[in-house]
Design a protein around this ligand. Structure first.
Ligand code: SF4
Length: 366
């Protein structure tokens, strides 16, 4: 019988059977970090912690690209949107994240031309419809979305588009995982991100598993996927293995999408350092435009009005600790009170992948 991709991975009987196997085979306490914010939402939406024995704990990780963007980068976007004759384009949730003073949404309310897009390629139409304006694409995301930005840059370069610039905030998964482990986090194993792995390939996690002796199981997003991945981690410990395994084999290969990686490599190169919210400066943890495409780089063209001075989070906000796996949203005193999705104090409450947003939504607070 063919697989029903919508329902089979949420099959209650399969979920119950996997939960029973986990209970039978779990032999020691395990702190498992799910790197990806999409996994955090599955955990909360389907109540997975309630299905597991208490010694198996999920620790939420830094895999929400909106959440980890520091305030000074948000301020870059606000400063760019405030330039005369400029249109600032970005993806979805980014416009609601508070910067040092205001968010892009507030900048728009004050008259700036800020557009939230579903696809980076939409900026081509905006640029062609506004030839007398400068359009800036504020690009965010992990290895998952970087190829889409690279494809847009390719269209701009090949098509000779003259009024489209890029502010690149593409970040990479392995460096912050190493930073968290080097910081002494008590994490025994990782659930690897699936979409990132589709592009970058499962092999990018081999050095991490070897260096920290932590199992990493690349997991799909559905509850059956995630419970099977937890079982695979438990079996690794029971068999004294510490390996990268691929539960999401219906989409992930060891080397990933070679065409997408080649396109990224054509236009991007690693950035010497990048500041992450909560994690600080991490070397070679992000991408920037290659030198030959500096003329497209809004960070260089508008360098005179962009500051890189670090800006602290709201003093009550625990996003930094949550992104390091050292706190849960419910540890925050203002969770669900002064901080809600309609009035977020921190980035983790904004994004559809943020841990605070997941707790709020699935705790029936919405
Ligand atoms: S509830 Fe709000 S203030 Fe608290 S950690 Fe989450 S985002 Fe920050």
């Amino acid at each position: 019988m063919p697989i029903d991709y919508l329902n089979d991975y949420r099959d209650p009987k399969l979920i119950a059977a996997l939960a029973a196997r986990i209970k039978a085979e779990a032999s020691r306490p395990l702190n498992i970090m799910e790197i990806c914010g999409g996994h955090t939402h599955t955990i909360m939406k389907f109540g997975l912690p309630q299905l597991l024995p208490p010694q198996i704990r999920f620790i939420h990780g830094p895999g929400c690209p909106v959440c980890v963007m520091p305030k000074e980068r948000i301020d870059h976007a606000v400063a760019l949107a405030s330039q005369p004759n400029t249109i600032l384009c970005t993806l979805g949730d980014m416009i609601r994240v508070p910067g040092g003073k205001i968010s892009l949404q507030q900048a728009r309310a004050e008259g700036a031309d800020v557009r939230a897009l579903y696809s980076p390629l939409d900026t081509l139409k905006i640029a062609s419809e506004n030839p007398d304006k400068t359009v800036v694409f504020f690009a965010i995301g992990f290895e998952t979305t970087a190829p889409m930005t690279a494809a847009l840059i390719d269209r701009v370069v090949v098509g000779g588009v003259k009024n489209l610039l890029f502010h690149i905030n593409h970040i990479l998964v392995p460096p912050p995982v190493c930073a968290i482990m080097d910081d002494g986090a008590a994490i025994d194993a990782f659930l690897g991100p699936s979409h990132v792995s589709v592009i970058a390939g499962g092999d990018i996690f081999l050095p991490i598993a070897a260096r920290y002796q932590t199992p990493i199981v690349i997991s799909g997003f559905e509850p059956v996927d995630m419970l099977e991945s937890v079982l695979m981690i438990i079996r690794q410990f029971n068999e004294d293995r510490r390996e990268v395994e691929n539960q999401y084999s219906r989409a992930v290969t060891p080397r990933g999408n070679e065409r997408a990686k080649a396109l990224m490599d054509r236009y991007f190169t690693p950035r010497e350092t990048f500041r992450w919210r909560g994690l600080g400066d991490i070397a070679f943890s992000a991408l920037k435009l290659r030198e030959e495409y500096a003329f497209l780089d809004a960070e260089r063209v508008f360098a005179h009005c962009l500051s890189n001075e670090p800006i602290d989070d709201h003093k009550l906000c625990l996003c930094a600790q949550i992104l390091k796996g050292r706190a849960k949203p419910t540890d925050c005193k203002v969770f669900g009170k002064a901080c809600t999705p309609n009035s977020p104090l921190g980035s983790c409450m904004v994004s559809s992948e943020g841990a605070c947003a997941a707790y709020y939504r699935y705790a029936q607070l919405l």
